[in-house]
Design a binder for this molecule. Structure first.
Ligand code: NDP
Length: 240
């Protein structure tokens, strides 16, 4: 029977590319989304992949949804923690709510999904968790203390949980994307984006499927010896 993979924030952008990649790798894929029902419907109509609506930052809602996916689709073998938001602003302008929302969704969502799915993976002796971090969690970014802290936290979370999963064939890894041409980056003002692209050695934004290929490897049998790692996929930007 095909293994079941859940991709949070799977209906748009990087998550959508990950869903399509994992399906073509032979997984039974389930996507999650927060509230954009039109995008979710278009995604499911196009791909035939079911989309479950829940807030990954809401511990109870996410726990209940994972239990429902377990019953309706099958035990969850792979979790890709991809759902993420930005609430940018310099520290002086950032509200506590902006801080908290980003921590709750971007970092809290990883905890909640792992809490719901890791025990079953451990019990069955196989699992893959891939957390989507960011180059801005590695290097920091002006106007993003909340986002950079949450993404940096993901990298620590990954290394800690990897140590708990290793003996049970449950690998836990992260991918740190650079700038990828999704809706999230479309929100960056054009002049700012031009400056960012100028700093990317390959001279362009990345594409969602370039992140999906990395996720695909980390979820494969071949990656059984890779755990606690962060794969940087950023056109060489991490060198600067
Ligand atoms: P998009 O904004 O294009 O898509 C975000 C997805 O996450 C949507 O499906 C959205 O659902 C979902 N989502 C948002 N909040 C929640 C929530 N609380 N619960 C469940 N789902 C949620 O994002 P990207 O594809 O650009 O980014 C994907 C991940 O990659 C994020 O973690 C981001 O931080 C990270 N990343 C992106 C980079 C980039 O350049 N694009 C660079 C580095 C990292 P809905 O449609 O309902 O809103």
């Amino acid at each position: 029977m095909a293994r079941v993979a859940v991709v949070t924030g799977g209906t748009r952008g990087i998550g959508r590319a990950v869903c399509e990649q994992l399906r073509s790798d032979g997984f039974t894929v389930v996507a999650n989304y927060a509230g954009n029902a039109d995008a979710a419907r278009a995604f499911s109509d196009d791909t035939g992949i079911p989309a479950y609506r829940f807030d990954v930052g809401d511990h109870q809602a996410a726990t209940e949804a994972c239990a429902r996916i377990g019953e309706e689709v099958g035990p969850i073998d792979v979790v890709v923690n991809n759902a993420g938001i930005t609430r940018d602003g310099t520290l002086l302008k950032m509200s506590y709510e902006d801080w908290n929302d980003v921590m709750r969704v971007n970092l809290g969502g990883c905890f909640t999904m792992a809490k719901a799915c890791f025990p079953g993976m451990k019990e069955r002796g196989w699992g893959r968790i891939v957390n989507i971090g960011s180059i801005n969690g590695q290097a920091g970014q002006y106007g993003q203390v909340n986002y950079a802290a949450a993404k940096s936290g993901i990298h620590g979370f990954t290394k800690a949980l990897a140590q708990e999963g290793a003996r049970f064939n449950v690998t836990v890894n992260a991918i740190a994307p650079g700038y990828i041409d999704t809706d999230m980056v479309a929100a960056v003002p054009e002049p700012v984006l031009e400056k960012i692209v100028a700093k990317i050695p390959v001279g362009r934004l990345g594409h969602a499927n370039e992140i999906a290929r990395g996720v695909s490897f980390l979820c494969s049998e071949d990656a059984g010896f890779v755990t606690g790692s962060t794969m940087s996929i950023n056109g060489g930007q991490h060198m600067y």
